[in-house]
Design a protein around this ligand. Structure first.
Ligand code: F0G
Length: 411
């Protein structure tokens, strides 16, 4: 059996099946979300941990689970293989024994988005597109711009005007994307982007509604399992448009079906207080998501009121018996400082939400002090230098003599 025969695209609502190389972003029949379906059982005889472990630790280690069929079309910058750091001092402060942070800021453009883009942009080449497009709160734009540049593709990014952190904006600009600052928030920009790509069939949409993005991002779960030698008890992860939490759950689920892991982790999603539609849906047990019109948070990456992958995210949380929780901007900024000062790990505010979320989950007794927990640090702190200027004491001006310096030293 050829690898491409194991994959199809399916609607998560009505089950409609599409060919793996069909260009679809939403279900033609019911407008539902799509996902790549992989007949994992068929892979049982081919895939095993020893095979993977002979390869370098990166996204493409898990080649058999990734629906790209022409190796020559792969656009890679060696993404994945990010550090998983045991954090003793942070753990002590939070009151847990066994805490790790997965540093997704190690990726080529400084966020987890690169895992999805190596697959998504490879697919763009495989499908013979000449241009890519996304709407973004910043990191998706930075990543798509870089991978499109490497692939020789034209790239358009739609960002909410005035609401993208400086580091991310400068990345998209230097990589040569056409940066369009849309006079709206992210949600409306995404809606417009989807409409545009449904009509302009020559431009490939690479938001996480595109199921190939998720296929790349799911490798983070496989990697975690590889690094720990088992699945953790809890994964705590910031949630915006809700693609990433869904991707982790897909990765863990495929591992289990392959018979390579048994115990599954609980997935805990963290949103910012005034951008928390999924938390509200989770608490109310509603089947429907009520979008938040004007989401607001200092963590601009997750300033999202109408997460496109909400259904997949709620499924991940309920199947894993996890939770959704929200944290205030103050808690996020405290956590950003805490992880930097206790562990030397510099993350952007959205990523610090996972640390703030863990604190709360421990205080609330949802996560037990003896459990093994991994917080996902989704993006690098240098993405958003302006926040630091607001958060920290400014450099102290000093004369260049010993007397002046000594006066400042801590006794
Ligand atoms: N953390 C960071 C640093 C992000 O950039 C994002 C999303 C998330 C967490 C949330 O991930 O959307 O899959 O739930 N950033 C997107 C963007 C929306 O456009 O860069 P999610």
């Amino acid at each position: 059996m050829r690898l491409n025969e194991l994959f199809s695209i399916r609607c998560i609502d009505c089950g409609q099946i599409y060919g793996i190389n069909e260009i679809v972003y939403i279900c033609n029949r019911c407008s539902g979300l799509l996902e790549v379906y992989l007949d994992v059982n068929e892979l049982n005889s081919i895939v095993n941990l020893d095979l993977w472990r002979k390869r370098p630790l990166n996204v493409w280690r898990y080649r058999e689970l990734i629906p790209i069929f022409d190796d020559k079309k792969i656009v890679s910058m060696n993404e994945g293989g990010t550090r998983l750091l045991r954090c003793y001092r942070l753990a002590e402060t939070i009151g847990v024994k066994n805490l790790y942070v997965k540093c997704e800021g190690d990726n080529p453009t400084g966020s987890f988005k690169d895992r999805g883009m190596t697959v998504g942009v490879s697919k763009a080449l495989e499908l013979d597109f000449k241009a890519t497009l996304c709407a973004s709160t910043g990191n998706t734009a930075a990543s798509l711009s870089a991978y499109s540049a490497r692939a020789g593709l034209i790239c358009y990014v739609l960002i909410p005007a005035g609401k993208v952190a400086l580091g991310k904006l400068s990345q998209a600009m230097i990589y040569g994307a056409k940066v369009l600052a849309v006079k709206s928030n992210f949600d409306l920009a995404l809606k417009t982007a989807i409409q545009l790509c449904l009509e302009e069939r020559r431009i490939y949409l690479l938001n996480s509604i595109n199921p190939f993005r998720v296929e790349g991002q799911k490798t983070a779960a496989l990697e975690l399992h590889d690094q720990l030698g088992l699945n953790p008890d809890n994964v705590v992860i910031p949630v915006g448009n809700a693609g990433n939490i869904s991707a982790y759950w897909k990765g863990f689920s495929e591992l289990r079906i392959l018979g390579l892991a048994e115990k599954m982790p609980r997935m805990h999603g963290v949103q910012a207080k005034n951008a928390n539609p999924l938390v509200k849906a989770y608490r109310s047990d509603r089947q429907d998501l009520e979008p938040i019109e004007n989401p607001e948070t200092i963590a601009t990456a997750i300033r999202i009121g109408n997460p496109i992958s909400w259904k997949k995210a709620l499924k991940a949380v309920s199947e894993s018996k996890g939770s959704m929780i929200d944290v205030s901007d103050e808690e996020i900024l405290d956590a950003q400082k805490l992880i930097a000062r206790r562990e030397g790990i510099f993350v952007e505010p959205a990523s610090a939400a996972s640390i703030a979320g863990l604190r709360r989950l421990v205080d609330d007794g949802v996560i037990d002090r003896d459990e093994l927990t991994v917080c996902i640090a989704t993006g690098h702190g240098l993405k958003d230098p302006e926040i630091v200027l607001k958060l920290c004491e400014m450099p102290i001006e000093v004369d260049p003599d010993l007397e002046s310096l000594r006066r400042i030293l801590v006794s």
